[in-house]
Design a binder for this molecule. Structure first.
Ligand code: HEM
Length: 505
């Protein structure tokens, strides 16, 4: 009897909850002129209709039904999706300050409430971080200082691939060697350190923890806690795992980089410019009371993911496309040979003299955009966009992949054709000068790492193509370019085996 009474009470509670939700949603609809979108149901909004997997491809399907600006109610959260260059310009540039923040549940979890640079809200902390990190990371001086290191790392890749007999016969997973290169490129700047081999035990630990960190942020598991906050208690297991991964990563950074660096600075003055690294700047900011040690870990953790994986994946995509389009590969090799001379190894300054190389990189970033929805933006206050009201704290997503692949704006966008950037799209740059092409975002929160990512891509791809003929593995006519889509990253599903036949020069 008691149990029946309890059940009745629970049913009544749920019923009242639904009525209140309907009432509130009606009130809200009266106040706001909201963008179009599928009709939401109480509590769940559109969540049950649209599913959990909000990748750029699914959002294209919604844009086709509801237009360039639509709203999905995901539980209590508003997800506003923008799919036209004009609206992207409003969000990222014209009204950029309104839509500058980016903190969502998963980001809060892994970044200690936004202590890093990538996922922090717009405000004093973000400005401070950008100020502290600009000198050691994001200027042309940094490129000029580190480019010899990048050239050297690329030369070592070429030498190692040549020395491996498997490369020219059965093929190798080239990505593995390129991953070592990318760690070295990034860790030289951040910590003044490099790894000698792919099997270095510390590197293996870093790679494993970074993979887990990416898997957790890319996962869909946490969405329901973000969409319906009362469900957060059910996320305990996920939260525990996030904390565990974060703690492990911090310990790795502390024991292997931060503490040893502190010792070095204390025992030997590192005031010689050629010895300093980005960590020294962070430690100095800590000494001056600008940031805490915890913030240092969050920054290092965020940069590690933002810098290494994005650039590596873009190189991996470019290699796959060059193999699947041998005529493009041949044309690129011809350009390098004729501009530099056969056998003269590509350097950073050379990358500016090789327009076809630049076009290959742009075309890769267009078709296989690594961060297809940019970093989610958010408006802290009520805002207006495209004639509609955007309620405060909406997650505003720019579908940058669709901007760059919409046939309404591009000629045969599904084709990998670098020539487009030398012909009909020759004025389009990677820096966001055209709102149809935003691989690094645009405006104040655009990617500052563009400064280093582009030369590293240019040097690496240039050296590979001038030293090897890159081919699919025996028995295959093409590399499998199936995509693994997610809410942050566009990844290649299978890391390809590549045959790299040394050229006889
Ligand atoms: C091909 C490689 C890369 C791609 C495709 C890429 C892409 C992006 C994108 C799309 C954003 C968000 C922009 C927005 O929401 O408006 C971003 C932000 C960011 N990226 Fe990159 N990135 C790359 C490499 C790098 C590198 C090498 C670094 C560091 C050296 C880096 C550091 C950052 C940081 C710190 C932010 C956050 C900036 C802020 O919120 O103020 N990225 N990146």
């Amino acid at each position: 009897m008691d149990a029946l009474l309890e059940l009745e009470k629970a049913m009544l509670g749920i019923f009242l909850g639904i009525m209140i939700a309907i009432f509130i949603s009606k009130l809200r609809r009266k106040q706001f002129k909201l963008p179009p979108g599928p009709t939401p149901v109480p509590i769940f909004g559109n969540w049950l209709q649209v599913g959990n997997d909000l990748n750029h491809g699914n959002l294209v399907d919604f844009a086709k039904r509801f237009g360039h600006l639509f709203l999905l109610r995901m539980g209590v959260r508003n997800l506003v999706v923008v799919s036209s260059p004009e609206l992207a310009k409003q969000v990222l540039h014209t009204q950029g300050v309104e839509f500058l923040s980016s903190l969502t549940l998963v980001c809060q979890l892994v970044t200690g409430n936004g202590q890093d640079l990538v996922f922090t809200n717009y405000g004093e902390h973000w400005r401070k971080m950008r100020r502290i990190l600009t000198v050691p990371l994001f200027t042309n001086k940094v490129v000029q200082r580190y480019r010899f290191g990048w050239e050297d790392e690329a030369a070592r890749v070429v030498a190692d691939v040549k020395a491996n007999p498997e490369s020219s016969t059965n093929g190798i997973v080239l990505r593995k060697r390129l991953q070592l290169m990318m760690y070295n490129n990034a860790y030289k700047i951040m910590f003044g350190r490099r790894f000698e081999s792919e099997d270095d035990p510390l590197l293996l630990k870093l790679k494993a923890s970074s993979w887990e960190r990416i898997r957790l942020t890319q996962s869909l598991d946490y969405n329901y806690g973000d969409f319906i906050p009362v469900l957060r208690p059910f996320l305990k297991g996920y939260l525990r795992l996030c904390k565990q991964v974060k703690d492990e990563r911090f310990q790795l950074f502390k024991d292997n980089f931060v503490d040893p660096r502190k010792m070095l600075v204390n025992t030997r003055r590192v005031d010689n410019d050629s010895l300093t690294c980005a960590l020294d700047h962070l430690l100095e900011a800590q000494q001056q009371g600008d940031i805490t040690e915890e913030t240092i870990f969050h920054i290092v953790d965020g940069l590690d993911i933002a810098a290494i994986d994005t650039t590596l994946r873009s190189i991996e995509w470019a290699i796959a496309e060059l193999i699947n389009h041998p005529e493009v590969q041949k044309k690129l090799r011809h350009e390098i040979d004729s501009v530099l001379g056969v056998g003269v190894q590509v350097t950073e300054p050379d990358t500016h003299k090789l327009p076809y190389l630049e076009a290959v990189i742009k075309e890769t970033l267009r078709l296989r955009m690594g961060v297809p929805l940019l970093v989610p933006h958010m408006n802290l206050h009520d805002a207006k966009l495209g004639g509609y009201d955007i309620p405060a704290k909406s997650k505003v997503v720019v579908n940058a992949w669709w901007l760059a692949n919409n046939p309404a704006h591009w000629k045969n966008p599904e084709e990998f054709r670098p020539e487009r950037f030398m012909e009909e799209e020759s004025n389009v740059e990677t820096n966001g000068n055209d709102f149809r092409f935003l691989p690094f975002g645009a405006g104040r929160r655009s990617c500052p790492g563009i400064m280093t990512a582009l030369p590293i891509m240019g040097i690496t791809l240039g050296r590979l193509v001038q030293n090897f003929e890159l081919l699919p593995p025996p028995g295959q006519s093409k590399i499998d370019t199936a995509e693994k889509r997610g809410q942050f990253l566009l990844q290649i599903l299978k890391h390809s085996t590549v045959v790299a036949k040394p050229r006889s020069i």
